[in-house]
Design a protein. Structure first.
Length: 190
């Protein structure tokens, strides 16, 4: 594992947990995707910091409050901890598209805040997501982007995003942890 890649940014819905058309609003609706906890455990054992970057417009719509969102995030952390993993930080945008904030993906605000807080080099940092807006936010922040086919990934693949593509987070982590994988060489650019 290269020291140049100490932080990995992950979208939440569709990458860590199953995505729903009507939001994950309670613990009963939360389903951590198969293999995710084990993959994040492998990252932690390799010394990789894991930071989640997630849009949660359900708050602006009044469908969920901050306490409910924190309960969902706590459950995700608990499930991941069972496999020896940990999420170091979760950044969420509570706004709706119409609010015009600087944090809602595809804008890079949450990634830039995480960079300020954690001091990672965006050129050596990857954002893994399942939508075009994840890829755009990563690029706008100067990070590398990778698409997973879980969540909205299949539909996003049709948009020809010109990024490396993986079946799921576990397959991305397999490649990420190979120090000689060509996609992760310091000279590779999407």
């Amino acid at each position: 594992m290269h020291n140049a890649y100490p932080t990995l940014l992950l979208d939440r819905d569709g990458v860590i947990n199953g995505d729903r058309s009507d939001y994950v609003l309670n613990l009963d609706q939360l389903v951590v995707l198969p293999g995710v906890a084990t993959a994040i455990g492998r990252l932690k054992r390799a010394g990789v910091r894991v930071v989640v970057i997630t849009n949660q417009g359900c708050i602006a719509k009044g469908l969920l409050d901050e306490a409910g969102l924190q309960a969902i995030h706590q459950r995700i952390r608990e499930v991941i901890a069972l496999e020896g993993g940990a999420i170091d930080a979760i950044y969420h945008c509570p706004h709706h598209n119409a609010d015009g904030c600087s944090c809602r993906k595809p804008k890079p605000g949450m990634i830039l805040q995480a960079q300020k807080d954690w001091g990672f080099d965006p050129k050596h940092t990857w954002m893994v997501g399942d939508t075009q807006r994840d890829m755009e936010a990563a690029r706008a922040a100067g990070c590398n982007a990778a698409l997973v086919l879980t969540g909205h990934g299949d539909a996003s693949l049709a948009q020809q995003l010109n990024v490396p593509c993986f079946q799921n987070l576990a397959h991305f982590v397999d490649a990420f942890l190979q120090t000689d994988h060509p996609l992760f060489a310091p000279c590779w650019h999407p």
